[in-house]
Design a protein around this ligand. Sequence first.
Ligand code: NAP
Length: 282
Amino acid sequence: MNGAKWAVVTGASSGIGEHLARGLAARGHDLWLVARGTEALERLAKELQERHRVTVRVRTCDLADPAARGALTEELAGEPVSVLCANAGFPTCGPFSTNDPAKETAEVQVNVVALHALTQALLPGMLARGHGRILVTGSTAGCQPVPTAATYAATKAFANSFAESLHVELRGTGVTCTLLAPGPVRTNFYLEGGIQDLQKHAFLAWLTPRRVAEAGLRGMAEGRRVVVPGPVAKAQYLAGRHTPRALLFPVLGAAVLPLFRRARGGTGGTIPNRQSVNSRKV
Ligand SMILES: NC(=O)c1ccc[n+]([C@@H]2O[C@H](COP(=O)([O-])OP(=O)(O)OC[C@H]3O[C@@H](n4cnc5c(N)ncnc54)[C@H](OP(=O)(O)O)[C@@H]3O)[C@@H](O)[C@H]2O)c1
């Protein structure tokens, strides 16, 4: 296989990343599959090699671990990778002050630092070859602050902003960067965040990971700036970006956060109103 066909997919062991890997293999790419779940990665690798006759390398890595992440970025920096799907990520939900501090830190490491480090490692080679495609999985959650998912929303604000900035910076280089910003997608994500009951709410217009991944891959191939799959996610994306905060927080407090709270079994997740904050003794 031509070396320029190598694609790296992080978070390839399930959900959107698994379907990014499936879509890339179907398009003839050789793959590096990255995540912690070795068994799931090896199963997928075997299937894709047999079905599409591509070469697949499994690279188990905890992207939250600086040493493991450093070894991975060093290794990949020397490889002729033409596609990077920086997709691995997970949420924490609940009040920041009561969430597990180690998990909060790992979330920043995976959702922000790993995306940044992998892009930093692979971009110089792509620029030197005059060709490359980067797809960053951000989220509609990154379009506004989300109390009770404060760290998650902030990490996705980073991903969204970083991807769009690179898109513009890279014009004319032969390398493109596309932001994939999904709304709700049925994956293990909600189990990871302890809010799996959220998936009972049909009005959130759940998409399948396959549909989201395919939309991302099409947008990436076209060199688009942003891909927001589905009309409901598009509305969330626009509303999150353009609604004044003074309107947004009451709406989140009244409509969205109670859903999160119920999905977490009633724990945490209120926005104190201004009066209750002001009346607190300091
Ligand atoms: N589902 C949604 O509604 C939704 C909406 C918007 C954006 N997103 C974003 O989409 C991306 C993919 O999530 P998903 O919905 O497909 O959920 P998912 O099925 O839980 O997939 C998450 C992937 O990230 C990997 N990952 C998590 N922690 C990791 C770590 N420490 N080191 C290496 N890999 C790690 C997981 O692999 P291992 O557990 O095997 O390590 C898994 O492959 C995430 O960035 C998420 O923020 C999801």
